[in-house]
Design a protein around this ligand. Sequence first.
Ligand code: ADQ
Length: 484
Amino acid sequence: MSTLNVLSVASEVYPLVKTGGLADVVGALPGALAPEAIHVTTLVPGYPAVLAALEGAEMVHIFHGLFGGDARLLKGKAGGLDLLVLEAPYLYERPGNPYVGSDGRDWHDNAIRFAALARVAADLGLGLLPDLRPDIVHAHDWQTGLAPAYMRYSGRPHAPSVMTVHNMAFQGHYSRELMQVLGLPPHAFSLEGVEYFGGIGFLKAGLQLADRITTVSPTYAVEIRTPDGGMGLDGLLRTRAGVVSGILNGIDDSVWNPATDPMIASPFSAENRSSRAANKAALQTRLGLEVDPNALVFGVISRLTWQKGLDLLLERLGTLLGTGAQLAILGSGEPWIAEGFVDAARMNPGRVGMFNGYDEPFAHLIQAGSDVILVPSRFEPCGLTQLCALRYGALPLVARVGGLADTVIDANEVARAAGIGTGVQFGPVTADHLEAAILRTADLWRDRPYWKKMQANAMKTDVSWRRPAAAYARLFRSLRAEAG
Ligand SMILES: Nc1ncnc2c1ncn2[C@@H]1O[C@H](COP(=O)(O)OP(=O)(O)O[C@H]2O[C@H](CO)[C@@H](O)[C@H](O)[C@H]2O)[C@@H](O)[C@H]1O
């Protein structure tokens, strides 16, 4: 099998820069695709953290006058990845978050910052550097949506493109006045081009002009074709339904491996789960919860945003605590949700523990020590925390949406009778249905033999990248064959 070269372009990549699951996936795909004879080079902006980590950097191109400055394209390695880094200090040399300044507001020039990234991806797809000419350009999320557009409007032969949507809620919508600044020809401002509700839609452009569209679960691939899930883009996606597919995410099962995880209190495996109890005790101690092996511990690891539905949990916290259960929460994000949990912890000492922040090692301990991981998302393209939870034997209690619907087997009565089931699902996503699911989970906890069976089932679920990588490989190869 000949090697296929893919240029993956994204605004964040684990372990260098991460604000969410996008970085995890972009960081994992190259390793996952290597056994499929697919070589991935990842193009990312030259944020300070990326430049600091880059090893063996070699300059491969200078762009004169790239959106208001001179930029250099560097080739090197970091975090085990083959990278191309766009070093453009006037766009990316800023402290903190890739998208927002210290005042919490979007950088004023985000349209240009990410158009520059997309422009460079497109140039590579057009054969700018013969040695680094990709067979496929794989663009992730709105920040890179213009890459397929730039290639298409060049009018020249170019690599075929795949646009992957990790979250439909972020679309990159900008003023029509930027058409010229962004280097888009006037005729691109049309329904079949980049025009979107009177402005320029970056994600819209990618979805309209890429050769294939993927999203990160089969159910989300269906949901985004509906008015609710499509968030304005459902019509386009219905029209292009023939090129849309859903490929589930995986997780890195060497990082997320309870048998070897150095970040947890005591290792365990599906076959030998006895030391899971030590992790539960460590978690309870760390968060000031009563150390009680019999208390059902619900864990949460999440960005705190409306998407994640955790306000519904706050609303029905009384029911959860009424069952005798505990809540361990690790999260950061919007203050209206964070403060609710901080208050809940203060008012329920020993029963609710909250760490308001981002802490990767602690996320591992919560997975290892909780009995349940709660993911009550209003929508969830795939979700990674429930995949980690399955691997660590913390049964996922999830909303029946997107990738959550695709990855958890609900312990309904039939599943219970058959000894299958890996967690609990609920829907529609309302406080009432969440409450019912919490009560059902507490009931399942009382049936300890079945609980242990579910835990074993969960831990044996294949949540690795193997199957998803094979699906991406098939997609890339068929697209390459089609392109000739
Ligand atoms: N406070 C904290 N401390 C430590 N770790 C934390 C944390 N908060 C979150 N995390 C970690 O960050 C990652 C978040 O990934 P998710 O897939 O759950 O959500 P996200 O909405 O960011 O991603 C979007 O993109 C991904 C990738 O495609 C989709 O799975 C998802 O549905 C979509 O919304 C997980 O690995 C989680 O453990």
